[in-house]
Design a protein around this ligand. Structure first.
Ligand code: 9D3
Length: 235
């Protein structure tokens, strides 16, 4: 049995991770011993008596800024729980955009330490000293890094060897048709029973059993949809 990938998640809301990650594929992967995750409350490491993890920004402005000390000490304590070096990752709107290529790279590592910020941001000095990889999940505004951290765990775990059965698609994805730039095309439409639903029929080509024709039709659909919806993938 391989050693499970270890993922530590540092957050002010550590209770949100287990209910989501214990479901579905990530939950199965954990049961199978392929991954383990531990969410740690940054607030538990605050050395002030009110367990304060944030304060008002120097220079003024709205919101609160996460303090250096709790995050630094939390990172040190959590990293000491396992001898393997952790790749530190800060989820932040200022980060490198998450792509499947980056997910594939992270899935090869033995240990990840994810830092989910909240409030207006984190004191820049602790970011400098931690020197994490900084990753964004897209150009829209969320209220914290917790959902991005769960998203990253989901994307990484499904790539771990043994997580998906032969039925599913991590393997299939890597053989899927690609555009000229090597980017995957959008998927084709899918259908199952009944053959007619609300007066809408399943495309005839899928009923006939001509696998060659089916494959050609699916590729055409993929190209048409990609052209229509995501021309950037073809550029
Ligand atoms: C409205 C607040 N913004 C002022 C310009 C700054 C801001 C601070 C904190 C915006 C978002 C957040 C919280 N978001 C994340 O921690 C986050 C995030 C995101 O919002 N979008 C995409 N990826 C990510 S990863 C972490």
């Amino acid at each position: 049995m391989p050693t499970p990938l270890r993922i530590d998640i540092l957050s002010l809301f550590p209770e949100v991770f287990d209910p989501v990650l214990s479901s579905s594929i990530t939950g199965r992967a954990r049961k199978a011993g392929l991954v383990e995750w531990f969410a740690t409350d940054i607030r538990d490491f605050a050395d002030n008596k009110h367990s304060k993890a944030d304060d008002r920004p120097f220079g003024g402005g709205p919101g609160m800024v996460m303090l250096c000390q709790p995050l630094w000490d939390c990172t040190a304590a959590v990293e000491a729980l396992d001898a393997r070096p952790a790749t530190r990752i800060l989820l932040t709107p200022q980060g490198e955009p998450l792509t499947q290529r980056l997910v594939e790279e992270l899935a090869t590592l033995p240990r990840l330490l994810l830092i989910a910020g909240h409030y207006e941001g984190i004191d820049e000095r602790v970011i400098t000293k931690l020197a994490p990889r900084e990753i964004s999940v897209g150009d829209y505004v969320l209220s914290g890094g917790e959902i991005p951290a769960m998203l990253l765990v989901d994307a990484v775990v499904r790539l771990l060897p043994g997580v998906l059965g032969h039925e599913d698609s991590a393997v299939e994805d890597s053989f899927a048709p690609r555009g000229p730039g090597g980017k995957p095309l959008l998927d084709c439409p899918h259908y199952t029973r009944p053959r007619v639903w609300e007066g809408m029929e399943v495309p005839e080509v899928l009923i006939g059993g001509d696998h060659e024709r089916v494959a050609r039709w699916r590729l055409e659909q993929m190209l048409a949809r990609t052209t229509q919806r995501r021309p950037d993938l073809l550029a």
